[in-house]
Design a protein around this ligand. Structure first.
Ligand code: G6P
Length: 369
């Protein structure tokens, strides 16, 4: 097992560190910024079905559902196709409206999650086109799909998903870019810029992983908190949800993710001098707004831990603690801002002496409903 962990103490840490390579593996042979192309057979062979989709429905569970939520932001923004994001367990039972011409995107690391699988079977019977974004090659969901793209993250052993998530994001953003380009809903210059930005992601992830001593110190400082709030806006909102989920899974600390502006409708009542609030606050079009949200928390004596863009001085000046990520176009920022949150959960779990690879009550793949 020590060899399988590649010298790391845990699979989770190894898999976090795998990410520069696993994302690269996902992009390899597909993304070519010099030629201005993305090659994905599953998409290329069904381009018409995707371009002409009246609606795209993301169906998934857990971390994969968060990837689906990000895909909603990407596809609506870049492709101008309406998207819905569904928990598979709800979708399968609530008699959803599915029309011919709907595209269902199934997102699953294992390809075996029972709720997702049955939801897809039902949708397929009703005539939906199923596109699978799956990590496990040859899995049930991969076989059921009409088309798909593998995430190529390699085996993921740690129960809490890390590299499979960033692989899902890489696939979904490439899909969005391809559809947008084919539909003409993105201009040439922006398309080219985003290809280059995506190409730069693995190198930027390496930079984040180079020195994590700061994140370890933050973990020590906050490990005894009983609750955490995670806030973000726009592309960073799904990242806040994922950060909160990671913390719950690994450290057993109660954590809630929320859209930053929505906090005033409830979570703000929880804020006191003991509550750590994690802001995913990289430089994007919401930056000014997130700055005021940070002020609102500080005014109520909450402790602010911020994920901020290198070179930013405003958020770090207000926050109690900061985890920096390299500058990136906001479209690609989630692939970076999630990394410190994975590490924060890992190190808090370790600081509490917990079994981070096999957290209590959780299963890697939930094959029963
Ligand atoms: C379980 C795992 C999660 C995963 C979820 C969905 O809850 O512990 O890490 O996100 O299932 O699994 P899937 O394999 O369908 O992505």
């Amino acid at each position: 097992a020590a060899i399988e962990k590649g010298g790391y103490d845990h699979f989770m840490l190894k898999e976090i560190y795998d990410q520069p390579q696993s994302i690269l593996d996902c992009l390899r042979g597909r993304l070519n910024p010099a030629a201005g192309t993305i090659t994905m057979n599953g998409v290329d062979n069904h381009l018409n079905a995707l371009i002409n989709a009246q609606r795209i429905v993301m169906v998934a569970c857990g971390t994969s559902w968060h990837a689906g939520l990000l895909a909603e932001y990407w596809i609506e923004d870049l492709c101008r196709i309406p998207v819905e994001v569904e928990y598979a367990s709800e979708f399968r039972y609530r008699n959803p409206v599915i029309n011919r011409g709907d595209v269902i995107v199934a997102i699953s690391q294992s390809g075996e999650t029972a709720d997702t699988l049955v939801a897809l079977e039902n949708a397929k019977e009703k005539g939906a086109f199923i596109f699978g974004v799956v990590n496990a090659v040859g899995s049930s969901i991969a076989r059921l799909s009409n088309a798909g793209a593998y995430t190529h993250a390699g085996p993921e052993i740690g129960v809490a998903s890390t590299k499979a998530f960033t692989g899902q994001l890489a696939v979904l953003v490439m899909m969005a870019l391809k559809i947008a380009y084919a539909k003409g809903t993105i201009d040439e210059k922006k398309y080219q810029h985003l290809l280059t930005e995506l190409h730069d992601v693995p190198e930027k992830v390496s930079q984040i992983l180079k020195d994590t001593s700061n994140i370890q110190a933050i973990a020590e400082k906050y490990k005894d908190a009983t609750d955490f709030l995670y806030l973000g806006r726009g592309y960073n909102f799904p990242v806040a949800l994922e950060g909160a989920l990671k913390l719950k899974e690994i450290s057993y600390i109660h954590a809630e993710g929320y859209p930053a502006a929505e906090m005033k409708h409830g979570p703000i009542a929880l804020v006191d001098d003991k509550l750590p609030v994690v802001f995913v606050a990289t430089k994007d079009k919401y930056y000014e707004k997130i700055v005021s949200n940070v002020q609102e928390i500080k005014a109520r004596k909450g402790k602010v831990i911020a994920v901020a863009t290198e070179g930013d001085e405003i958020i770090p000046g207000m926050a109690d603690d900061v985890m920096f990520v390299p500058d990136a176009d906001e479209t690609m920022a989630p692939l970076l801002s999630v990394i410190p949150l994975q590490l924060l959960s890992y190190y808090i779990g370790i600081a509490k002496g917990l079994d981070v690879d096999k957290p209590r009550n959780l299963a890697k793949s939930v094959t029963v409903e």
